[in-house]
Design a protein around this ligand. Structure first.
Ligand code: MUC
Ligand code: MG
Length: 367
């Protein structure tokens, strides 16, 4: 059970279809693979996707904080010393994605020790999640083609449209083109990644009334408190906090101050431990949650399914799980599959993310 090494391996896998959104874009998955090795040969695995425009972390900063600060203090503890390891990591502020990946790798190793799938250990509510597909910035007709293709090929019936563009008419038109072109039962919601002001968001909501939008995520910067609160009060649909709520403390501040009334949980930045705290807060307060995607690989998406399928509240809505389809390749040995619009958690011990060593050798960028 004792941890003997913590690896942070940088790698890069190009995207065949880069994703563009209001706060940035991703052309290549330049991530860090975290591996926690134990004396018995059990390895815990997780993926860390740096998002500098969201949390300030980079590939190099994640590698350095894990290898230089966390690893020397973690080696010698066991994979069940999660509380002690979190106390060590808390001494370094921020670095959410690095901490989240260490946490997931610990859970993965602990599951393997107990011979139990982690989704059962976390709650075991169900075995699969409905998939929501994220539509990045594109002309409206291309967005409609993409949504129709994902509907036909994968059975996906929920789409998150990336918005936050100026002029706002670009996004308003896109909503109407999607609504007119897709079946009535298809769900559409929006994520502006702080691209608008609260007043622009209100105008978009007014001019898309009747289109059945279900959620509006991070419409403007949550730091613009007064206008954001006004938006939350006036909007007829939940305003979801995403990048404003990476921790349980942030989620409670935003919910209690009226900055949002729904929460996007991302295992990539919260791990399973803090995601559990955030979920408890949300169910206790009675607000909806979504399972978000930090433009994750298959390894990262499997972590999202593992957590999301474990709980009733996280399994209720479609989870964002399809970004990996736009990547040239992945490190996961057995690919994730979307069947009838759903992805399953893995029944084997741990999270079930077996790494293809040949692919890791091919894509790692430190040799
Ligand atoms: C999202 O929900 O915002 C974009 C940046 C990031 O960190 O996650 C994505 C998707
Ligand atoms: Mg978002």
């Amino acid at each position: 059970m004792k941890i003997i090494a913590v690896e942070a391996i940088p790698y890069a896998i190009p995207y065949t279809h880069p994703l563009k959104f209001a706060s940035g874009s991703v052309e290549s998955a330049e991530h860090i693979l975290i591996r926690i090795w134990t004396e018995d040969g059990i390895v815990g695995t997780a993926d860390a996707p740096p998002r500098p425009y969201t949390y300030g972390e980079t590939q190099i900063s994640i590698k350095n904080v894990v290898e230089e600060i966390f690893a020397p203090q973690i080696v010698g503890l066991t994979v069940f010393d999660r509380g002690a390891i979190h106390a060590i990591m808390r001494r370094t502020i921020h670095n959410q994605v690095a901490k989240g990946a260490v946490d997931i790798a610990l859970w993965d190793a602990a599951g393997k020790y107990m011979d139990m799938p982690v989704h059962s250990l976390l709650g075991g509510w169900t075995s699969s999640l409905r998939v929501s597909h994220m539509l990045g910035f594109k002309p409206a007709e291309e967005l409609l083609d993409e949504a129709q293709r994902f509907g036909e090929e994968y059975g996906i019936t929920t789409f998150k449209l990336k918005v936050g563009r100026r002029p706002i008419d670009l996004d308003i038109d896109a909503v109407h083109v999607l609504r007119d072109g897709l079946d009535d039962h298809v769900e559409i919601y929006l994520d502006a990644n702080r691209g608008w002001t609260a007043n622009e968001a209100l105008e978009v909501l007014r001019r898309t009334e009747g289109t059945g939008l279900t959620l509006l995520e991070e419409p403007c910067d949550a730091k613009e408190m007064m206008s954001r609160r006004r938006l939350v009060e006036k909007a007829a649909i939940p305003i979801v906090g995403d990048e404003s709520v990476p921790t349980a403390g942030d989620a409670s501040r935003e919910l209690l101050s009226g900055g949002c009334n729904a929460i996007c949980i991302k295992t990539a930045r919260s791990g399973f431990t803090e995601a559990t705290e955030i979920l408890g807060l949300c169910t206790g307060l009675g607000v909806d949650v979504t399972m978000g995607n930090q433009i994750d690989t298959q390894v990262g998406s499997l972590a999202t399914v593992t957590f999301g399928a474990a709980h009733e509240a996280t399994a209720r809505r479609a989870a964002e799980l399809s970004n990996f389809l736009d990547m040239e390749d992945d490190l996961l040995a057995e690919p994730l599959k979307i069947v009838d619009g759903r992805i399953s958690a893995r029944p084997e011990p741990g999270v079930g993310a077996h790494i293809d060593e040949e692919k890791l050798a091919k894509y790692r960028s430190d040799n």
